[in-house]
Design a protein around this ligand. Structure first.
Ligand code: SF4
Ligand code: SF4
Length: 147
């Protein structure tokens, strides 16, 4: 009778459950694999297919883009703005090429649609900003070196 009372007292105080929980906590604390990345000292390795910051690809220093307007047409966020122009070495090129990055959803459709392999999404993911960011032509051209 006394033994039963003792047992039920231990149960009622949840001692067994507390001990079980503590054992799990200790096990995870000391033996679980480390999954926290110590950013920025450590960087996560992303797949090459990761869609990050845009850039405009160039061949021999000349942008591949021919201002065909396919990418602004397919862009679901309507965040690409291009003004086309002409110059002696190129029948059509983007005088202005802007991407409102705050609206972009990184779907990659611009890259898919481009017939000239000109607009690309790099694996760069550090794009935090304190203001509304619009990537302009010169910025997008510079970024190709980062790929
Ligand atoms: S990744 Fe998608 S949303 Fe962003 S600019 Fe390209 S098409 Fe538009
Ligand atoms: S980046 Fe490609 S799809 Fe967009 S306007 Fe230039 S050539 Fe056309």
């Amino acid at each position: 009778m006394l033994l039963k009372t003792k047992e039920s007292l231990i149960r009622r105080m949840y001692l067994v459950d507390v001990a079980k929980g503590l054992a799990i906590t200790i096990k995870n604390f000391f033996f679980a694999p480390k999954i926290t990345i110590q950013y920025p000292e450590e960087r996560r390795k992303y797949s090459d297919r990761f869609r990050g910051q845009h850039y405009i690809k160039a061949t021999n220093g000349v942008e591949n883009c021919t201002a065909c307007m396919l990418c602004p047409t397919v862009c679901p966020a309507e965040c690409i703005h291009i003004v086309a122009g002409e110059r002696p070495d190129k029948e059509k090129y983007p005088v202005q090429f802007e991407i409102d990055i705050l609206r972009c959803c990184f779907c990659g459709m611009c890259e898919e649609a481009c017939p000239k392999d000109a607009i690309k999404l790099s694996t760069i993911y550090e794009m935090s900003t304190e203001s509304r960011d619009v990537y302009d032509r010169s910025f997008l051209m510079e970024q190709r070196g980062n790929k």
